[in-house]
Design a protein around this ligand. Structure first.
Ligand code: A2P
Length: 278
């Protein structure tokens, strides 16, 4: 079975499984990972200005033999750059670091409600989108109140909301609202995040044994079958390949429900309501 895709609310098609590069060092680490991913069949790469590795991602893209229009590159606007003019400048810098002339998906990284700039920031994304510099625009870490405010004060509905989402924090309410609004949900920290012990969970291990797959592959499959876009991070070429080898089996409804039942409503990352990193 080949890679699967999701069609966004503006008709742009995004690969459903991609590589996340959070915490990868610019240079050899990120270049090796992105090159291994592209060789394994990945076409979606997810970076961010704050990761400090856009240049390395760009070098791996330039070195690959895959045409640019077959790749789907996401990057994100950092909190300190929120505001209309600041966003315009930050976008140009990301583009230059990546060595690209357009971005497939550009996201506001965090809402930072205390700064109250995400609506102005969104207007800049709308302008870049209407100018054809970005194929789709979206948000990250937006909770239902942030989405509702953005929709009430702007024109373009975000194509994507990228949020922390894994079996222990399955975000049912935000997923339901996004489905209703036509916003695709993208899962970050999909394997529970670095340092979590989700991959040691005994329920998941039991399911993995039945399918002859790893726990990581079972969890990735759970995201795919929920219709989510999913971007597991790995710096290890073997695990990068393993995480893409998930298109040849299907979890039963019963196993999906058993994994849904692992939800504890506890996030491992920051709370978007209060996160204010600069
Ligand atoms: P590594 O980069 O050494 O492979 P998340 O995507 O939820 O943030 O999780 C990323 C964490 O899971 C990283 O620490 C990553 O480590 C690890 N990881 C990624 N893929 C696998 C896998 N197939 N098996 C075990 N650990 C994995």
């Amino acid at each position: 079975m080949p890679q699967q895709h999701v069609t966004l609310n503006n008709g742009v098609v995004i690969p459903q499984l991609g590589l996340g590069v959070w915490q990868m060092k610019d240079g050899n680490e990120v270049e090796t990972a992105v090159s291994a991913a592209i060789d394994a069949g990945y076409r979606l790469i997810d970076t961010a200005a704050i990761y400090g590795n856009e240049a390395g991602v760009g070098r791996a893209i330039a070195d690959s033999s895959i045409p640019r229009d077959e790749l789907f590159i996401t990057t994100k606007l950092w909190n300190a750059d929120q505001g209309y003019m600041e966003t315009m400048q930050a976008f140009e810098k990301s583009l230059a670091r990546l060595g690209l002339d357009y971005i497939d998906l550009y996201l506001i990284h965090w809402p930072v409600p205390a700064a109250d700039k995400y609506v102005d920031t969104w207007r800049a994304l709308e302008k870049l989108y209407s100018d054809g510099r970005i194929r789709a625009i979206g948000v990250s870490n937006f909770t239902p109140p942030h989405l509702e405010r953005l929709l009430s004060e702007s024109t373009v509905v975000p194509a994507v909301n990228q949020i922390e989402l894994h079996p222990r924090f399955n975000q049912a309410a935000t997923r339901e609202l996004c489905n209703k609004l036509g916003i695709a949900v993208e899962s970050y920290s999909p394997l529970g995040g670095a340092g979590s012990n989700l991959l040691d969970d005994t329920t998941l291990a039991g399911i993995a044994d039945q399918y002859g797959k790893s726990v990581a592959q079972i969890v990735i499959r759970w995201h795919l079958q929920h219709g989510l876009v999913v971007i597991p991070k790995s710096s290890n070429p073997d695990r990068i390949r393993q995480n893409f080898d998930v298109f040849d089996f299907e979890l039963t409804g019963e196993d999906m429900e058993a994994i849904d039942a692992l939800n504890t409503d506890n996030r491992v990352g920051a709370d978007p309501e209060t996160a204010n990193f600069t």
